[in-house]
Design a protein around this ligand. Structure first.
Ligand SMILES: *Cc1c(COP(=O)(O)O)cnc(C)c1O
Length: 483
């Protein structure tokens, strides 16, 4: 256990040997410049095939994912990834496509691509979509570039600022900045929603738009969204919808109907495809009709009975990703939508909201819930009750959850709630699972009073115990020995 692969080195053991004569002597050496020629063998571990397989299999059992347990990571929608989606993405006709194949030979793929654009438009109340962006943040960048292109095209140019609420995800101000806007922060009121007075005061003809998440990062629906949209639009700005929290309203309310002009959705959140390490993401960007011509290319089009990719869009912000974007992810999300149908999507939303409210209700006795009212798909607790008398912080609670075999929720976000614990159970968890999680959270609350050292020293049941987070971040050790 815990040995690095270098430490498993057994001289002269071999996982694979090339047939003799496969590497022609001489030729290669002659083509490599003298200074790059290796003089001595590389210090790589020598290890047999079976030991290499065991090594990586053992490592894989240390990774925690939605397939190994409950993963209540707020703002991330870590829902179960239905296996039928993986089957669909592996169909040879999709998996084996070459991106340079002529359109006539990939009509099925283009039909799926086109229908996906149409379905996302219908689900979100927008008019057109591009499936190019590779992640939520990438979709945000596309969306904000579209906003910029729109103002430039109208020669409405002193608009140099983008408004972002103080509850926003960090990618929102970062995106605005990358696209060249100064960020103007809009305050939240005591109910955790956009402060309309502050919004009105900050709206001006220098403002390009407002980026908003609804439900917001506190899991709360922006009840005055119509008024917010009116303020931004009357001031000549556009409204951007960060679709990361779409799971909280999908099938029930549509951003397009709320007044949003540009939107991204995260297929790896709302539409059940794996996140990050489990596969690449996808962040399609959608717009209302008047912004259609700025969408990134290509956009799938239908001509009669055939499908094609349209690159000829002179006002487009351009191409953001190679070929089709992350096509396999799009196939998985397509399978997700088709297998649930309209009713199923609505039901998924309702169960996500029910599960979050159930947890909020059952945890409120043991944990402080700063904005304790009906939420959407996630809610915020914190460690205020545990801070006294033993100085237990949110970090300690999160670490202790690991000992119980649970992935901790998102912590210390959003920034406007101190010591935040952001819990998003998702619709795919059963009541039995939620009850078990509640029991563990209650046990931890009790330990915080009776045996605080269990929290302060957690985790103890893992391969790597409590780490010094600051040193780990500032001085990471990323290599072995002197190699
Ligand atoms: C996850 C998230 C993003 C960024 O999406 P990625 O796909 O991780 O790039 C943006 N905003 C919010 C609110 C999010 O939760």
């Amino acid at each position: 256990m815990n040995k690095l692969i270098f430490e498993k080195h057994v001289p002269n053991s071999n996982a694979f040997s090339l047939p003799p004569g496969m590497i022609p002597e001489g030729d290669i050496q002659e083509s490599i410049p003298e200074q790059f020629l290796r003089r001595a063998a590389a210090a790589l571990p020598e290890i047999s095939e079976v030991e290499a397989v065991r090594h990586f299999t053992e490592l894989s059992t240390r990774a925690y994912g939605v397939d190994s347990g409950f993963y209540p990571l707020g703002s991330c929608t870590m829902k179960y990834n239905p296996k039928i989606n993986e089957w669909a993405a592996r169909i040879p006709g999709f998996a084996g496509l070459h991106p340079y194949q002529p359109e006539a030979t990939v009509q099925g793929a283009l039909q799926l691509y086109y229908e996906m654009q149409e379905m996302l438009a219908e689900i979100t109340g927008m008019d057109a979509f591009s499936l190019q962006p590779a992640a939520g943040a990438h979709g945000e960048m596309a969306g904000v570039m579209i906003i910029k292109a729109y103002h430039m095209n109208r020669q409405d140019q002193p608009r140099t600022k983008m408004m972002v609420p103080d509850s926003a995800h960090g990618t929102n101000p970062a995106t605005a900045n990358v696209v060249g806007y100064d960020v103007i922060e809009v305050k939240s009121n005591e109910r955790g929603l956009v402060d309309l007075d502050d919004l009105r005061a900050k709206m001006s003809d220098e403002i390009a738009g407002l980026m908003l998440t609804n439900p917001n990062t506190l899991g709360l629906f922006e009840e005055e969204i119509k008024e917010i949209a009116a303020i931004v639009h009357e001031g000549g700005g556009l409204l951007y919808y960060d679709g990361a929290n779409l799971n909280g309203v999908i099938g029930v309310a549509r951003p397009g109907d709320m007044g949003f002009d540009v939107i991204h959705v995260n297929l790896h959140k709302t539409f059940g495809t794996p996140h990050g390490g489990g596969g690449p993401g996808s962040g399609p960007v959608g717009v209302k009709a008047r912004l259609q011509e700025f969408l990134p290319t290509p956009v799938a089009v239908k001509n009669g009975d055939s499908y094609g990719l349209d690159y000829n869009r002179p006002l487009s912000i351009g191409k953001l990703k190679n070929f089709y974007g992350n096509f396999g992810v799009i196939v998985k999300a397509y399978a997700y939508i088709k297998s649930l149908g309209a009713d199923g999507l609505k039901e998924a939303c309702e169960h996500a909201v029910l599960n979050a409210n159930y947890l909020r209700h059952r945890l409120r006795e043991s944990y402080n819930i700063p904005l304790d009212r009906i939420c959407k798909h996630e809610f915020i607790a914190n460690s205020r009750k545990q801070a006294e008398p033993n100085g237990i912080s949110t970090l300690n609670i999160a670490k202790r959850l690991i000992d119980y075999g649970y992935h901790p929720p998102t912590i210390y976000f959003p920034l406007i709630v101190s010591e935040a614990i952001m819990i998003e159970p998702t619709e795919t968890e059963s009541k039995a699972r939620l009850d078990d999680f509640v029991q563990v959270m209650k046990d931890i609350a009790r330990e915080a009073v009776e045996a605080p050292e269990l929290l302060l020293n957690a985790p103890q049941q893992t391969a790597i115990k409590r780490v010094d987070e600051v040193t780990a971040a500032r001085k990471p050790v990323l290599k072995w020995g002197d190699h």
